[in-house]
Design a protein around this ligand. Structure first.
Ligand SMILES: CCCCCCCCCCCCCCCC(=O)SCCNC(=O)CCNC(=O)[C@H](O)C(C)(C)COP(=O)(O)OP(=O)(O)OC[C@H]1O[C@@H](n2cnc3c(N)ncnc32)[C@H](O)[C@@H]1OP(=O)(O)O
Length: 249
């Protein structure tokens, strides 16, 4: 914190002491100065970015199947926005950010000093489509969650197929999001996975989760990974989440 403040102070000093400030600036110098100022501003400890990138929106790496399914679920979300008083909606899209903290703040990046290098595990690869491409929708009664997942080439396990750990990651991500809709401050306590059929790299699959039960601090969720038409079962799992005392629950 002290180092950051010191850097800002030095930054201001160096900008103000620029000789160019006293004269009329050449356009290229003015661009340079603006760049320096913006860079210095970006080192401020309480930097607010009004629009964080939402990684669950379509990008150029999405295949036809992924887009089609996205449009299918998203169109059912839109009904809510058309919003006559009692207009019903079936699904809600869950935004997805590159830092865990942003999920708690609805996308607002609070401070650079918190975990400046930490990134949310599934959203830390810059090349779109290279690893985890996914979007999650939750149903209106919050008893169901569906994820459309396109597995990129960096997730290879066996030749041409998705790594079991990557599948587990997605199952954890989907079920924890589902459980988070029901209760906050949870930790995965147990994840039980049966791998039935490998998932080809580059393919799109559906990950469906359903609430089994809640019991005191425990939330039990089951989950299935299938082909997009539902005809092939790739993986099935159950997950137990416990409201964590450590996280303040
Ligand atoms: C719309 C908005 C949504 C947006 C939303 C986006 C979300 C996007 C960011 C999220 C972020 C990603 C996060 C990913 C999810 C992780 O990856 S979490 C990380 C992996 N998990 C861990 O590290 C957990 C480590 N373990 C622990 O911290 C603790 O053991 C636990 C799990 C909190 C439980 O500890 P505890 O609170 O002391 O629990 P304890 O009192 O012993 O047991 C409570 C009950 O649970 C049972 N239990 C505890 N552990 C187990 C177990 N392993 N097996 C079976 N039963 C168990 C006990 O038997 C007990 O049962 P009852 O006696 O009450 O019937």
């Amino acid at each position: 914190m002290a180092r950051t403040l010191c850097r800002i102070f030095k930054g201001c000093q160096s900008i103000c002491s620029l000789p160019l400030m006293k004269t009329r600036l050449h356009p290229s110098a003015s661009v340079l100065l603006r760049t320096v100022c913006v860079r210095r501003m970006l080192t401020l400890p309480f930097r607010f970015s009004p629009k964080a990138q939402d990684f669950s929106l379509p990008n150029s790496s999405w295949g036809a199947e992924m887009r089609q399914l996205y449009e299918h679920y998203n169109s059912q979300c839109e009904e809510e926005m058309k919003g006559e008083e009692k207009q019903d909606w079936a699904w809600k899209r869950v935004p997805s950010y590159n830092r865990t903290l942003k999920h708690a703040t609805g996308g607002v990046y609070l401070s650079k000093i918190y975990q400046s290098k930490a990134r949310f595990f599934t959203r830390n690869i810059k090349e779109p489509g290279a690893a985890f491409e996914y979007v999650l929708f939750v149903s209106k009664d919050e008893q169901k969650c569906v994820c459309i997942f396109q597995a990129g080439h960096l997730l290879e396990g066996p030749q041409g197929y998705v790594h079991g750990g990557a599948i587990a990651t997605m199952i954890d991500t989907v079920t924890v999001t589902h459980a988070s809709v029901l209760t906050l401050l949870i930790m995965t306590a147990n994840l039980n996975i049966n791998y039935r059929r490998p998932i080809p790299l580059g393919s799109t699959v559906l990950i469906d989760s359903s609430l089994n039960k809640t019991e005191g601090r425990k939330v039990l969720i089951s989950c299935k990974v299938t082909s997009t038409d539902g005809s092939k079962l790739h993986t099935e799992a159950t997950a137990l989440f416990v409201v964590s005392r450590l996280l303040g629950g």
